[in-house]
Design a protein around this ligand. Structure first.
Ligand code: SIN
Length: 485
């Protein structure tokens, strides 16, 4: 058992302002860097999920009735507390998730920024007036909170994937219940401790920690008191949740899988493209939906780009995220490391060549070496599937048309990247890419001011930006008649 202690960690769910820490069934949270148990938590069940939904439903009228300024002030306090506790929150995250501490600190900041942003956007939920169809009529549009929102969030970004759903929901006047991933519930618990300290009323923000994802998900998707489900995770699970939500016609936001192309043209600034590819590919050890999955390089610069990229990847320090200068931490679990191994093996068997890495690391069961694979084609699994690990796969192309065709040859449509100095090409390619987001000479595109989201089987809805709050609002049309009397 790990000896780490923090006042931001409680041993169970946070429902209606109460901590559920007495129970018979528990589950353990472990550190992927060394397999040690960090702590045991009360395992939330279906009754807990129902209680959380009931609490959110009961808290809704009073929360919705607050002025936007009142909600905004509470959100701002929550934001301040995240920033004040950034170091402790980051340590908790690295312990349970594995990412390097510097990245964890970055994520706390990123997550907090969503709360700050939506504390401000709360004040800008404007309605509309529309010319009426006849002299005695007027049309007025108001916007109202959708109601109780449930969320299911992933282990790869244990803080920010919660805040970017909870902040717009609370800002809009909705109440909220989240079930975080069972691998990383401590960051969610810490968020609830700080929400309570900020003065967010009981029942407005609830956390159900549980190892029983399917059962909790079933309550979230079927309870008629729930108006909306917001999910970040795989396309496979997202599609099942969508089917379950159909029964009660819930609104949904789905942020699902990706297969991001990173296209480098002959005229690109190669050093800048290499740095962009490294940042996009190896952030969070490659466990990111917007991570570069396929690096498409034009033939004239292929060898130079491949060699520069490989040299830098060879210099990456792999290790426990709490150690200094570590760039690549452990993967989430052994299964993930095994999956990297088999993807590389299959690609090499199909004709690709290994420029560096390719093996499980002897640092621990969940570690995989940062890897570069050259000569990848779209017939290989490594190009078709979402890698979700530290493997860069390099694909050679000759023309702009060919690059676009390869880039779009996938069911996914989340993030894409292009590197070129040609302004005409920037527009042509950006408009042709079937993706919700395009990084242009830039490998890091995520921030609270921009609309994050995908098309095709990468999901629906947008998170962040002025558009992000719309997903938590209903439009109501008021038709005023008889005005000529
Ligand atoms: C994700 O991987 O789902 C989110 C990544 C990000 O916000 O950049």
């Amino acid at each position: 058992m790990n000896t780490f202690k923090s006042s931001l960690i409680k041993n169970g769910s946070y429902i209606n302002g109460n901590w559920q820490t007495q129970c018979a069934e528990k589950f353990s949270v472990s550190n992927p860097a060394d397999g040690s148990i960090i702590c045991d938590l009360c395992d939330g069940n279906e009754q807990d999920a129902e209680s959380a939904v009931a609490a959110a439903h009961a808290a809704l009228p009073a929360w919705r009735a607050k002025t936007v300024k009142e909600r905004s002030v509470l959100l701002r306090r929550w934001f301040n507390l995240l920033i004040e506790n950034q170091d402790e929150l980051a340590t908790i995250m690295t312990l349970e998730q594995g990412k390097p501490l510097s990245e964890a600190k970055g994520e706390i900041n990123y997550g907090a920024n969503y709360i700050e942003w939506f504390a401000e956007e709360a004040k800008r939920v404007y309605g509309d007036t529309i010319p009426g169809p006849s002299p005695e009529k007027r049309i007025v549009i108001i916007k109202q909170p959708v109601g109780v929102v449930t969320a299911i969030t992933p282990w790869n970004f244990p803080n920010s994937m919660i805040t970017r759903k909870a902040a717009p929901a609370l800002a809009a006047g909705c109440t909220f219940v989240v079930k975080p991933a069972m691998e990383t519930p401590l960051s969610a618990i810490a968020l609830a401790v700080l929400a309570e300290e900020a003065g967010i009323p009981a029942g407005v923000f609830n956390v159900v920690v549980s190892s029983q994802s399917r059962k909790i998900g079933a309550v979230f998707c079927s309870d008629p008191r729930v108006a909306k489900l917001s999910f970040t995770g795989s396309t496979e699970v997202g599609s099942k949740l969508l089917a379950q939500c159909a029964g009660t016609i819930k609104k949904t936001t789905m942020e699902l899988g990706g297969n991001a192309p990173f296209i480098v043209f002959d005229d690109a600034d190669i050093d800048s493209a290499v740095d962009g590819a490294l940042a996009s590919k190896y952030r969070n050890a490659g466990q990111t939906c917007v991570c570069t999955n396929r690096i498409l390089i034009q033939e004239g610069i292929y060898d130079e780009f491949a060699s520069k990229l490989t040299e830098k990847v060879k210099s990456f320090k792999v290790g426990n995220g709490l150690e200094k200068d570590v760039i690549i931490g452990p993967l989430v679990n052994i299964k993930a490391a095994e999956s990297m191994e088999s993807m590389v093996r299959d690609a090499v068997a199909a004709g690709a060549s290994l420029l560096t890495g390719g093996n499980r690391s002897d640092l621990g069961e969940c570690f995989f070496e940062p890897t570069v694979v050259s000569g990848v084609t779209m017939r290989m699994n490594i190009a078709r599937d979402e890698i979700f690990g530290p493997i860069a796969s390099l694909i050679r192309f000759s023309s702009e048309e060919e690059a676009i065709a390869i880039a779009n040859d996938t069911v996914y449509g989340l993030a894409s990247y292009i590197y070129t100095r040609d302004i005409g090409r920037i527009w042509r390619v950006s408009e042709s890419l079937e993706y919700g987001m395009v990084g242009i000479n830039e490998g890091i595109i995520s921030n609270e001011m921009a609309p994050f989201g995908g098309i095709k089987q990468s999901g629906m809805g947008r998170e962040g930006s002025k558009y992000g709050i719309e997903d938590y609002l209903e439009i109501k049309y008021l038709c005023m008649g008889d005005l000529d009397k």
